[in-house]
Design a protein around this ligand. Structure first.
Ligand code: ADP
Length: 505
């Protein structure tokens, strides 16, 4: 790997490690509750503040406008616009009254009022700086057309509005009764002050809300994930060996499913453990029996100080046969263990099965002859199949050997080989002692023998069929047996011709 690629890989791993906490269900629930609780609260808070500001500005404009309208009416009734320069006492007095009214208004709202006459000339400015100047702006023109315009500028902190000075008397000219315009700007400082108070309250409420939501999120996330912790604790107890009881966490459907799956696994482990214990007990027992016999024989010899050599010879022969038996058991056990261990290591080859059967029967014929058992082979067709040669030899040898061993004198053993397009069948029938129906389901169990003493006599270990069954299963085949006690037994092995295809099924 190049240096750059390694660097990238390291970065990716680092990133994954950093993101691991996000895989915590508890953290995810915590974040969801947190976001769902806090975000709406903040949105509502911001909405309330914004809405309050809009309403406050609207109210302020409406109040000021209504007062400006009253002043505008005074201006008309006093003919202020026409006589703002008149020196006549009567006009001067009314003008002063109106001016005072305007000053009061602008003081009250911390603002400025400008009165513009019909020729766009400023008639009155409460700031006193624009009087006599011409003031034309879009708002003013629109206002002359009768429109009330208001505008809020939060950045500079003022509200600006225009109010038409309208002559509503009956004799007003029809070509436009707007005689002037009042251009007013007022400060928004009172609104800002109120907003600040409101904002502070909203922040306090939001902080309290955040605290409540964080507490709630912690409680909910801990409570919701507690059943999973209980499962982990229960599994840990089982793993540590404190208990092998089934566990139960019925809080959620999901935990029920997980726990049920675990309990099934536990049951299977218990069965396996039990069968392992049984196996060890059986092995010990089987290995001990020849040892006990040998010890009894040896003790008997030792007890007789002047035992004749014939007795020695006889006892020694018995001891040798017990050693042979011990040897056979160990060989079979090793074969069985090897078969279990190498279950994944099948040495599959394409093999002529007819040749294989011929070879096996050739090897077994001397034994058959010794027992005066006739051994017949009938092949229906030439069969080639993918098998593990050693294991298949084990299967066939065991079945034919059993058929000879558990036969009667002058009996027969018939081996039949057949195939269809998918499987080949290897069938071994004998005219032997047969197997009782109640024993049929047990004969493939390790160390199971129908008649222990008879089997021992003829050198059986009780492991042959267990080995056979295991090898057949590894070929993904089946082993079936039919028997009539006293008449004979038929074993049928069915093996797929194509091993790989069978594996895919
Ligand atoms: P063993 O080494 O005792 O033969 P197996 O596992 O090969 O062990 O067989 C188990 C038992 O099944 C035998 O002890 C015998 O009682 C019975 N058995 C197997 N094959 C036959 C057969 N062809 N006829 C009658 N009994 C049989």
């Amino acid at each position: 790997m190049t240096g750059y690629a390694m660097e990238t890989k390291r970065n990716v791993l680092e990133l994954l490690r950093q993101r691991m906490p996000l895989k915590s269900l508890r953290l995810q629930i915590f974040l969801i509750v947190l976001v769902m609780g806090i975000v709406p609260g903040y949105i509502v808070g911001a909405g309330i503040v914004q809405n309050y500001e809009d309403r406050a500005v609207e109210n302020r404009i409406a109040t000021v406008q209504s007062q400006l309208k009253i002043v505008a009416n005074h201006l008309i009734s006093n003919d202020y616009l026409a006589n703002y320069r008149s020196e006549e006492q009567v006009y001067r007095t009314t003008r002063e009254v109106t001016n005072a009214e305007l000053e009061m208004l602008s003081n009250l709202y911390e603002g400025r009022v400008i009165i513009i006459g019909s020729n766009f000339k400023v008639v009155k400015d409460t700031y006193g700086i624009s009087e006599g100047k011409i003031m034309i702006s879009e708002e003013v023109i629109k206002c002359f057309r009768g429109e009330n315009i208001s505008h809020y500028d939060p950045e500079h902190g003022y509200i600006e509005m225009t109010t038409p000075i309208t002559d509503t008397t009956a004799n007003a000219a029809s070509d436009g009764n707007v005689k002037g315009v009042m251009l007013t700007s007022i400060s928004n400082s009172s609104i800002v002050r109120m907003m600040e108070v409101l904002q502070r309250r909203v922040i306090i409420i939001e902080t309290l809300l955040a605290l409540v939501v964080v507490t709630l999120a912690i409680v909910v996330s801990v409570m919701m994930t507690r059943p999973f912790n209980r499962i982990t604790e229960a599994i840990k107890d089982v793993t540590a060996g404190y208990t092998d009881e089934s566990i139960s966490v019925p809080d959620y459907v999901e935990t029920i499913h997980i726990v049920e799956a675990f309990n099934q696994l536990l049951r299977r482990m218990r069965t396996l453990d039990q069968s392992r214990q049984d196996f060890v007990a059986n092995v010990s027992h089987e290995l001990k029996t020849p040892m006990t016999s040998m010890k009894v024989l040896a003790d008997a010899l030792l007890a007789q100080s002047d035992a004749p050599s014939e007795l020695y010879h006889e006892f020694m022969e018995d001891i040798v046969s017990e050693i042979d038996r011990e040897n056979r058991i160990i060989t079979d056990l090793l074969a069985l263990v090897k078969l279990d261990k190498n279950s994944k290591e099948m040495k599959i080859v394409s093999l002529n099965i007819n040749d294989l059967v011929e070879l096996i029967l050739k090897r077994l014929r001397p034994i058959a002859r010794k027992k005066d058992v006739e051994l017949v082979f009938e092949s229906m067709r030439a069969v080639t199949a993918e098998v593990d040669e050693i294991k298949m030899t084990l299967v066939m040898t065991n079945l034919v050997e059993n058929a000879i061993k558990y036969n009667k004198d002058h009996g027969w053993v018939k081996v039949l080989l057949d195939a269809d397009h998918q499987f080949f069948t290897f069938q071994v029938s004998d005219s032997g002692i047969g197997i009782p129906e109640s024993a049929l389901e047990h004969i493939c169990e390790r160390f199971y023998r129908v008649d222990k003493s008879h089997s021992r006599e003829i050198g059986g270990t009780g492991l042959g069929l267990a080995i056979t069954k295991s090898a057949v299963l590894q070929h993904r085949g089946t082993l079936t047996v039919e028997s009539v006690e006293g008449e004979g037994t038929t074993f049928v092995v069915k093996i797929p011709l194509n091993y790989i295809a069978a594996e895919k099924v």
